[in-house]
Each structure stands twice: as C-alpha cells, then as structure tokens.
Design a protein around this ligand. Sequence first.
Ligand code: NAD
Ligand code: LMR
Length: 329
Amino acid sequence: MSTPVRVAVTGAAGQIGYALVFRIASGQMFGPDTPVHLQMLEITPALGALEGVAMELDDCAFPLLAGMTLTDDAEEAFEGTNVACLVGAKPRGPGMERADLLKDNGRIFTAQGRALAAAAADDLKVAVVGNPANTNALIAAANAEGVPTDRFTAMVRLDENRAKTQLARKAGVSVAEVTNLAVWGNHSPTMVPDVDNARIGGRPVTEVITDRGWLEGEYLTTVQQRGKAVIDARGASSAASAANALIDHVAAWCGGQPTPEGDWVSMAVPSDGSYGVPEGLVSGFPVTTDGAGAYRVVEGLELSPFAQEKLQATVAELEEERDAVAEML
Ligand code: NAD
Ligand code: LMR
C-alpha cells in the first residue's frame, strides 16, 4: 500500500460533507489502491455532529481509511494536506443568489488560505465548492502566500454534469455519448455551458440537436438555474450531486483518472488570459488533466457570437465579485 493521501474536507459534517467523506474513504476519489487520511474541519458547535460522522466512518470498516483528524482548528486540519476540499461555507436559501454569500463566506476563505499556506504539503491542490466558489478560490489563493496560484481551483463540474444530462435527454442518447462539454465562467446563473464545441456520439451537438432556439433558450436556462430548482424542490441546496461532481473534479485532476484522449472536462482555474478572460480571475474553462496533478486549458476553441456575448457577461460578473472583495485580496 502506498502512503496515504492527506485529504482535508472543510464543513465535513454538513450536507455535502456527509455525502462526500464516505465516498473518499471508499476509494472513489483516489482509486482502489490509495489509502486516505481524512482531515475534517468544522466550526466548534458542529464538532459533536462531526464525531458522529467519524463514528459512521469507523463503522464502515473502509480498508483504505488510514486515519482521521477531527478539529475546529484550520491549521491542524491542513497539516501536511495534499488535497483540500473547501466545502464548508453557508449555502444560499430560497430567494438568494450565490453572490449574496460573498462577504460572509469570503472571510472563511481568507483565513483558510492563510492556514493552507502555513500547514499544507508542498504538492497541495485545492478544490473550492463553498459558494460563490470561483471568487472564494480567488480569495483563498490570494491569502496563501507561497502556494502557486494555479493550485487553486473551483468546481464547475456539477454544471458540466447537469448540462450533459440535459443534452443527452434531448438527443435521446446515453449521457456517456456527450463529451467535450465545457462550462465557461462563473458558477452562477451567468455560466456558459458550451454547445459550440461539445459533441454527442462524436458529432457536433448542433448537428444532432438542430433546434438552436432550445439550445440558446430552455437548455441554457435549465442548466444555469438548476441549483435554484433543486433548492426550490428540496428546500436545501444540492448535496449528493455536488459531492459526486467533486469526486469527478479531483479524480480527474490528481486521483488517477486522466481526461480520456480527445475529450476535456470543466474546471474553474486561474486564467492565464486565454479566451479574453482577464488574467487571475478564477473562471470555468475546458481543461485536460493527467490524473496526476497537472491540468491544461484547451486552446484554440471557437465560440459563436451568442456564446461570446454570454462569456463576456459571466466574466464581467467575476470582475464585479473580485472588486467587491478587493479588501480580502
Ligand atoms: P451545509 O450548511 O449543510 O454545510 C456546511 C458546513 O460547513 C456546516 O456543517 C458548517 O458548520 C460548516 N462550516 C461553516 N463555516 C465553516 C468554517 N469556517 N470552517 C469549517 N466548516 C465550516 O451546506 P452544504 O449544503 O454542505 O453546502 C456547502 C457549500 O457548498 C455552500 O456554500 C453551498 O452553496 C456550496 N455548494 C456549491 C456547489 C458547487 O457546485 N460549487 C454545489 C452545491 C453547494
Ligand atoms: C448548486 O449549483 O446546486 C449550488 O451552487 C447551490 C446553489 O446555491 O445553487
């Protein structure tokens, strides 16, 4: 057995945490040969609930679970961390936008960025889920002095998965037929699930689904508003699907599941200026991953004038969010 991967999960006793940690401990994030040490961070009042989660993890007798840390101290939680899943944050309720969480949740990511810089391993990789995820990743990166900025990513994989299902359903094919689906921009209602470059059964989406009105209307809105639709239906924000998407995100990045040849996946990563997205903004892009810690933004894709206009709008929103938290950067 190899050395355990030290995986920090913040908000581990929350909804997403509860749907996530068992899957990590069972081997779904890093594969069946890699043990994990779970380093779980909670706020002090939730430590009792976290104890309960740890008891259940014990009761699963997972052979890959090499150890657990339970703490309300961020530096202790991030000690030697290889992969940090930053989930712990307030979720929005009915009638709120994710950006309404900016100031409250931003403070969490300032402190956690500093704690990561102080305590984590040199090969640290960070995946932010807590909303507004893109800007929280920007805040954490800005406060993690000495950690390369490209190690900070945010999750748009749930949006990719949602978009794939909508397209597969419309085309009447299995979701596995939908590939090369990038979600550009912000994890917010301005996100752009790309149909210009996605493929169904290897063919351009626009050849298989010729109803451009649907693609630019109902499809786009359904994907952009899916988080709200789940909140309205469940009375709580998505949890199992978010945990599932985080497994996908990390497994592709550094869990031994590289992007299949010719395909790409969606990750929000610090922009290098590609596609007109200002350098430094954490934006959804099509990326390829090697499953061992590297990712690359796919170059040379073309977007329709409709998608380009949408991309500008989502980038403008990311700039507004960045400006609203300027004092945390
Ligand atoms: P939740 O309220 O059920 O759980 C959040 C947990 O975080 C709680 O247990 C809370 O005690 C803990 N927490 C709060 N502050 C913390 C801190 N400073 N350090 C450590 N833990 C802390 O919420 P949830 O449903 O699990 O959602 C968590 C976040 O994920 C929310 O911001 C939500 O909006 C977001 N989310 C993002 C996506 C995405 O696709 N990016 C999808 C779903 C949810
Ligand atoms: C989601 O997309 O389901 C989450 O970001 C939760 C939310 O607030 O929509």
